[in-house]
Design a protein around this ligand. Sequence first.
Ligand code: 4EZ
Length: 230
Amino acid sequence: MKIAIMGAMPEELEPILKEVGSYKIVEYAGNKYYEAQYKGVDIVLAYSKIGKVFSTLTATTLIEHFGATKLLFSGVAGAISPELKVGDLIVATKLAQHDLDITAFGHPFGYVPEGAVYIESDEALRKIAQEVAADMQTPLKEGIIATGDQFVANEERKNWIGETFNADALEMEGASVGVVCDALDIPFCILRSISDAADMDASFSFDEFLETSALRSAEFIMKMVEKIEH
Ligand code: 4EZ
């Protein structure tokens, strides 16, 4: 078994690299990959850069080139659900691409022929996440995450995404990573800590809380690695 841990931004991966301590850097496909061992488990880490395209490339590379057999994503997200406040954790039950639109042909938002609106995450990994939450006595919400190539800082757009996909949080990489893992039959888990509310103050809130929320997600993900059977 080899566990891939990915983020989108350096700030999302740095606390994980710090916890891992020593690693080997391999440059491949225009990015840096970090190979290491953590508590006796082989791991490979990377941050992809922001958005669906870069995260697709990185997830595919982690699996096809580096041989990852499970994938965990750690990072931050904008809240849609009013229950979610800055720092809160959410694990995706399923994910959708909110900016995928061929509705002109009568298809629902997020759907293309031979695809699916929602990609389901791995139930066993979600269960491990709930166990970690219980151990840490930290609330963990399960919910739908919507992904698109937009930093949403607009109440109207956020509400539309919430209503259209029944989504609780939004970000820019989860669903594309999910599509890759689903196609390659690799169990995956998308964990996010809230950095903002995707409203008109989102960019300021994001800048203020990126580091602390990313750290919270990273600490949680490393507890999950310890619990995964190996
Ligand atoms: C994307 N990530 C944000 C990248 C922002 C700025 C240089 C998470 C995220 C997010 N994505 C946090 N809040 C968000 C929001 N309101 N809209 C989209 O995964 C890069």
